[in-house]
Design a protein around this ligand. Structure first.
Ligand SMILES: NC(=O)C1=CN([C@@H]2O[C@H](COP(=O)(O)OP(=O)(O)OC[C@H]3O[C@@H](n4cnc5c(N)ncnc54)[C@H](OP(=O)(O)O)[C@@H]3O)[C@@H](O)[C@H]2O)C=CC1
Ligand SMILES: O=C(O)[C@@H]1CCC=N1
Length: 274
């Protein structure tokens, strides 16, 4: 971040807030310039010990002088949290990372139209995140720049032209790390079943994912062409892919992602509006 002393207040210090905070500090943010309002005492202790941030139980005064407030609580409690911040928000830009909840609902609750809705992911912790963002029209160029800088410090940023597309972003990259971990877990289990040690099976699976992803990112070939280059005629990969197709693996992945997007929209209906 350019201005290392700028105050950013997180409301909710759970898994995703910790990934963002860890990533921001690794990129040079001053720990004490990050405030976190977190009701859970054990989580507060962890935030202080691990990151050295200003963790507190009470939101009163926590937004004083803050450039932005990052709403990082579960969608189910966002309405209550935002209503409670209406008297505190002042000039702070409102950035939500909550799945599903629409920016206009947050704006109504918190009493500010300067709301940026975002969908980051946990690889932010190691600076390898990717975040989808959409801003309400009242946001200035500077507001969008601040949100981009904040989330861009922990990975890539992708602005979408229509906020509803964030449901799809959630299904691909927000929830996506969990699909990757599931795949790694399954490959590790397969390796163990074939007699490899768990440690070596995991190392093989993880490096294969990392190497495959990097190759896909850097190569001029499409993922489909790269896949064909692994698949020798009558060989082992062909045997694997035929079995995976028989078991509808590609369709299952697509169906899973569609379910995530549907749940995102549903969260907006269920816990948004009023
Ligand atoms: N995890 C992920 O990969 C991603 C999550 N998100 C979004 O981030 C948000 C948080 O998710 P996640 O970090 O996984 O969830 P967590 O449950 O880990 O974190 C939420 C934290 O907020 C605390 N909290 C509850 N009520 C309040 C309150 N009134 N004021 C302040 N803090 C409160 C919770 O405490 P307690 O546990 O005691 O209730 C908890 O520590 C969600 O909206 C989710 O959709 C977005 C992208 C990716
Ligand atoms: O599972 C969830 O609802 C959140 C949003 C994206 C990742 N985790």
């Amino acid at each position: 971040m350019g201005d290392h002393a700028r105050t950013i207040t997180f409301i909710g210090g759970g898994n995703m807030a910790q990934a963002l905070i860890g990533g921001l500090i690794a990129r040079g943010a001053v720990p004490r310039s990050l405030r976190v309002v977190e009701p859970n005492e054990a989580t507060r202790a962890l935030l202080i010990e691990r990151f050295g941030v200003d963790a507190r139980a009470d939101a009163a005064g926590a937004l004083a002088g803050a450039a932005a407030v990052v709403l990082s609580v579960k969608p189910q409690v966002l309405r209550e949290v935002a209503l409670g911040l209406a008297a505190e928000v002042g000039d702070a830009l409102v950035i939500s990372i909550a799945a599903g909840i629409r920016a206009r609902d947050i704006a109504r609750w918190i009493g500010s139209d300067r709301v940026v809705r975002t969908m980051p992911n946990t690889p932010a912790l190691i600076g390898e995140g990717i975040t989808g963002l959409a801003a309400l029209p009242a946001c200035t160029t500077a507001d969008q720049g601040l949100a981009d800088e904040l989330l861009g410090a922990v990975g890539r940023t992708v602005w979408v032209d229509d906020e509803s597309k964030l449901d799809a972003v959630t299904a691909i990259s927000g929830s996506g790390p969990a699909y990757v971990f599931l795949f790694i877990e399954a490959l590790e289990a397969a390796g163990v079943r074939m007699g490899l040690g768990a440690t070596e099976a995991r190392a093989l699976a993880i490096q294969t994912f990392a190497g495959g992803a990097q190759l896909a990112a850097r190569s001029d070939d499409s993922p489909a062409v790269l896949r064909e280059k692994v698949t020798s005629k009558g060989g082992t990969t062909f045997a694997a892919l035929t079995t995976m197709r028989d078991k509808a693996v590609p369709e299952s992945i697509i169906a899973g992602a569609l379910a995530a997007a549907a749940r995102s929209a549903e969260l907006g209906d269920e816990f948004g509006r009023d």
